[in-house]
Write a protein that binds this ligand. Structure first.
Ligand SMILES: [Zn+2]
Ligand SMILES: [Zn+2]
Length: 561
């Protein structure tokens, strides 16, 4: 065994590089995915993989690590290198070696860019990006891909951060002997992109805790440390902030570490009692005790972003936020008729299992060929099929719907005499993302003029950490929706979460209801619902403003235009 120990971050980087080389050669995409997934698992672990291998631990016990990948990791730890990887490395062109170090770049796409621009290095790619040439020659999507791929970012989607948070919490409890460790900051506010993971801990000696944290995942760097606060960088690149608080001041510390800057600024200026709560000898073990002392009602963590929560808490007018139990049905789900993995019956059965009253099947429309969109005849047939199915069902109703493409001119992708037969529609943009803000806004406004338009699907088309989505004039669209009885969805898919909390807030303030949908492409994806609930809560939604909180007869009336 080599003397040098590898950190989890280093092991993950080698697996990612291997995935990049396989992808560049057009190799088996499942293999590429498997290596990437294993790398992500390894990055999130607190235990040192290196140590585990040296202690003959069976790595296949971890999710996403099968026999082949386990052997590769063992070889890497025991010999210091991975033969398969070294072979491809030694044969690879220099430009590919460089690309392999950027796991978020798609090597095949980037190599095509290199070829057409006559360049061969990341430095040149950055230059072309800055000059705007990637956009003019290859379009907005490619520009976004390159920009995201080159970012030295350790940002994570909230749902990925959840796994890391759980691992860190276990580590703090088991390895550091900490009695109390609460995730705070962005994770507690459920912000959809997490830049930094922070924990509040009850610890007598933070420095002693940090000596353990330095071994997280094999090796972590302690960037700054005082007696009460420290910032560490894990081998995966993730930033971990630890704040220590005595039990007596736990409530104050939770508020201080959870709220964003603006929330805290407003608390400090609300009245002089905040400073007293911080500095006095008085005990504030809970957040409730602190807010009560300030003369405010309890503010849910998701609302602590300095919007209107303090004014509302002062008047005891905070909304009673929606929660998962309030949801009576699903309104956006796909089946095997288009690009889903499960049949309509399977989706229905899973929805019934969840206790839903209804499930809307909204498969793709005819233009969206890549997602096997349904032809007019196929949708007619599906409507008859669902009618027959409903006649046999008890306790749950399958709603006839479609995710109808909004075409470039704002027309809907099915004729009205067909749309009329549906219980409701989800209307979405899936093409021509490159249009400007004015055109894209007009396109949606025109679509909303159709009386069979009901719910705007994933309003901006964003894919978090991948593409920002097209620009729209949200205020105008919300206004138009209100005047025409149209609605929005909060798409709970964790890489969409579209509407964003900010846009959802605009809809809520205009009195426009939203549906919280999962856009499930399989029965397992119904579980995404809670991520959409989180965002609805951040936007201040009570259950009464949520479409799929309504029982079907009331929902049906609400949707009628
Ligand atoms: Zn869609
Ligand atoms: Zn969809």
């Amino acid at each position: 065994m080599p003397a040098r120990h590898l950190s989890n971050g280093e092991i993950a980087a080698e697996l990612m590089a291997l995935a990049q080389f396989i992808a560049a050669k057009g190799g088996n995409p499942y293999k590429v995915k498997a290596y990437r997934r294993a790398a992500r698992t390894i990055k999130s672990l607190g235990e040192s993989i290196d140590e585990l291998v040296r202690n003959d631990f069976d790595l296949t016990e971890f999710p996403g690590i099968g026999q082949a990948i386990s052997s590769a990791i063992q070889e890497l730890v025991r010999t210091g290198t991975l033969r398969q990887l070294e072979t491809v490395r030694s044969q690879a062109a220099p430009e590919l070696l460089e690309i392999a170090e950027h796991p978020r770049l798609d090597p095949r796409r980037v190599l095509r860019v290199y070829k057409r621009l006559g360049i061969s290095s990341i430095a040149a790619l950055k230059e072309k990006l800055a000059e705007g040439e990637i956009r003019t020659r290859f379009g907005m999507r490619m520009e976004q891909h390159v920009r995201q791929g080159l970012q030295e970012a350790h940002d994570m989607l909230y749902y990925e951060a959840e796994t890391v948070v759980a691992a860190i919490k276990t580590f703090l409890r088991r390895q550091c002997g900490i009695r109390k460790a609460e995730p705070v900051g962005e994770c507690r506010r459920k912000v959809e992109i997490v830049r930094e993971i922070s924990f509040l801990v009850e610890a007598d000696d933070l420095h002693a805790v940090l000596t353990k944290v330095a071994g997280y995942g094999g090796k972590a760097d302690i960037l700054t440390a005082t007696d009460t606060e420290a910032l560490a960088q894990l081998s995966s690149g993730t930033l971990l902030r630890l704040t220590a608080s005595p039990h007596k001041k736990w409530g104050v510390a939770l508020i201080e570490t959870t709220g964003d800057e603006e929330h805290l600024r407003q608390l400090r200026t609300y009245n002089s009692k905040w400073d007293l709560a911080v500095s006095s000898d008085e005990s504030f073990p809970t957040e409730r005790s602190v807010y009560h002392y300030l003369g405010l009602s309890f503010i849910p963590p998701e609302l602590r972003e300095g919007k209107d929560e303090i004014a509302l808490a002062a008047e005891n007018r905070l909304p009673n936020l929606v929660c998962a139990e309030d949801i009576r049905g699903e309104l956006h789900a796909h089946s095997t008729s288009s690009d889903g993995a499960n049949t309509i019956e399977e989706m229905m059965a899973a929805a019934q299992e969840l206790g839903y009253d209804y499930i809307g099947i909204s498969d793709h429309s005819q233009t969206l060929k890549i997602a096997r969109g349904l032809s007019e005849e196929a949708l007619w047939e599906q409507i008859r099929f669902i009618d027959n199915l409903n006649a046999r069902l008890n306790g749950i109703r399958v709603l006839k719907s479609a995710e109808v493409d909004i075409l470039i001119d704002g027309a809907l992708d099915y004729p009205n005499d067909l749309l009329k037969e549906l219980d409701y529609t989800i209307c979405s943009i899936h093409s021509r993302f490159g249009q400007g803000k004015a055109e894209q806004t007009d396109r949606i406004l025109r679509a909303m003029d159709n009386r069979y338009f009901n719910i705007l699907g994933h309003a901006t088309g964003r894919l978090l950490l991948k593409r920002p989505g097209y620009e729209i004039d949200v205020e105008r669209i919300v206004e138009h929706a209100r005047n025409n009885r149209c609605f929005f969805e909060i798409n709970s898919s964790p890489d969409r979460l579209d509407l964003s909390a900010d846009n959802a807030r605009i809809a809520r303030q205009a009195g426009v209801k939203v549906a919280i949908t999962t856009d499930a492409h399989s029965t397992g994806e119904f579980a995404y619902l809670r991520y959409g609930i989180d965002q609805a809560r951040r936007a201040g939604f009570p259950k009464t403003s949520i479409l799929n909180h309504l029982p079907w007869p009331e929902l049906e009336r609400t949707l009628k235009r």
